[in-house]
Design a protein around this ligand. Structure first.
Ligand SMILES: N[C@@H](CCC(=O)N[C@@H](CS)C(=O)NCC(=O)O)C(=O)O
Length: 204
């Protein structure tokens, strides 16, 4: 299997954390897929017309994306235990989508700075993205701590990667510290970021 990837991508990190947790990192060949909406990566576009990473090229040559599809595929293949096989699956998938939604808003905010000339940047639009991140973080603090305290699933991985990205890109993204006013999330997040799989995949 080949994984089109970039070390700094938080969506790629979700997949790398899954592989580390399953002790299967050696099963994928990593191929550079770094790009952006304004400078797409040719190797990525050749297999994923949307031009985004992660993209996994399976042993049969078929490409699958996005991160949630790849994670389900790898879970199916390696029995990671990161997706419950009972009704709890809907909670897990919702939390993973919640984390991905925060990440989409964060990545878009960074692209606004990296990919657009200053003259055409919109502060109002970036503020709208930041508001999504803030609401997402507030919901983690008010609604999700019980779940996060339970058995680890792919929702935990998504949230961990989102918090790691908010730390890593704080300066470029211009958002405030996710820890501010969120003691429960701070305790959980700082502990999760210390996991071996998170350390092994850290962008810093
Ligand atoms: N929904 C996608 C999002 C992936 C994504 O946004 N990846 C970024 C890197 S962090 C990317 O490839 N950006 C290039 C682009 O938007 O053209 C997923 O979960 O995999």
């Amino acid at each position: 299997m080949q994984l089109l990837y970039a070390r700094l991508s938080p969506f790629v990190r979700k997949i790398m954390v899954l592989l580390e947790e399953a002790d299967k990192a050696g099963e994928v060949e990593l191929i550079d897929g770094f790009g952006s909406p304004t400078a797409p990566n040719d190797a990525v576009v050749a297999v994923n017309p949307i031009g985004k990473i992660p993209c996994l090229v399976k042993d049969d040559g078929v490409a699958i994306y996005d991160s949630r599809v790849i994670a389900r595929y790898l879970d199916n293949r390696f029995a990671t235990g990161l997706y419950p096989d009972d009704d709890r699956i809907w909670t897990t998938l919702t939390l993973e989508a919640h984390a991905d939604g925060m990440l989409d808003a964060a990545v878009i905010s960074v692209y606004e700075t990296r990919c657009r000339d200053e003259a055409i940047r919109s502060a109002e639009w970036v503020a709208g993205q930041h508001a999504k991140i803030t609401r997402g973080l507030d919901a983690l603090e008010s609604h999700w701590l019980d779940h996060l305290a339970g058995p680890m699933d792919m929702g935990h991985v998504g949230v961990g990667c989102a918090l790691g990205y908010l730390d890593f890109r704080a300066e470029l993204g211009g958002w405030s510290d996710w820890r501010d006013g969120r003691p429960g999330l701070t305790a959980w997040g700082d502990r999760f970021l210390e996991r071996a799989s998170m350390k092994a995949t850290s962008p810093a």
